[in-house]
Design a protein around this ligand. Sequence first.
Ligand SMILES: NC(=O)c1ccc[n+]([C@@H]2O[C@H](COP(=O)([O-])OP(=O)(O)OC[C@H]3O[C@@H](n4cnc5c(N)ncnc54)[C@H](O)[C@@H]3O)[C@@H](O)[C@H]2O)c1
Length: 249
Amino acid sequence: MAPIDGRVVVITGGSKGIGRAIAFKFAQEGARIVIGHYDPDESAARQTLNGLKDKGVVAEAHKVDVSSYAAVDEWFKGIFERLERVDVLVNNAGITQDTLLMRMDEADWDAVLGVNLKGVFNCTRAVVRSMIKERAGRIVNISSVVGQIGNPGQANYAASKAGVMGFTKTTARELAGRGIAVNGVAPGFVDTEMTARLPEKIKEEFLRQIPMGRMGTPDEVAEVVYWLCSDAASYITGQIIHVNGGIYM
Ligand SMILES: NC(=O)c1ccc[n+]([C@@H]2O[C@H](COP(=O)([O-])OP(=O)(O)OC[C@H]3O[C@@H](n4cnc5c(N)ncnc54)[C@H](O)[C@@H]3O)[C@@H](O)[C@H]2O)c1
């Protein structure tokens, strides 16, 4: 697999979990890394950034709310000013605000759709002009198995992640002729802070349904994201790759 030396890779939600693993994977292959996050405090982002810099990686971390079109626009303007290019965008930032539909209020809906779906639009919109000019670029959107099969208590999340799949396929069609590949990765049940919050009973229920009988690791998702952006995947666009231990086939 060809290394991606010097390429600029922007990863939203890169302070922890799957995003952090993606940052380390690209860094290991020689990329320059920009991570975004929206944690209340900077500790996870600082830890990730220090980990990258300790390995000699050129890296930046910024707090930016991907659901804000204006904030994202400003963020990318800065990135283009400093680094002049974005070769890879990984739309990974995501949140859950779970509750049954009967109890789901407008704020639960708007918050999750705002980050998980509008955030993907905002960031893609911000990089696409430059990628078109370069006639090159890779975009990977992190969806979820839940966007495919649904999950009680996650109407907002499932809708946002299904939306990401439709957005991925449409942008892939629009941009394929411009040298840009857009793909999605749909993880199943991965061991991060997001899933650590789930009640034990729900976790056991999930595990029972996974043919491989275990959760995935952030690294197992990161490997696929990296592969999709490598030369090995040069003829792949508009695909949703499921990384889920077999829970959905
Ligand atoms: N963990 C899983 O089992 C699982 C399964 C399927 C899909 N996913 C998806 O993978 C992605 C990463 O999930 P994770 O488990 O690593 O989550 P996590 O909670 O560990 O990390 C989420 C990241 O998103 C960032 N973020 C949250 N709100 C943001 C906002 N408004 N603007 C910018 N950044 C924001 C956080 O700062 C953090 O860096 C998400 O899109 C999630 O929906 C996760």
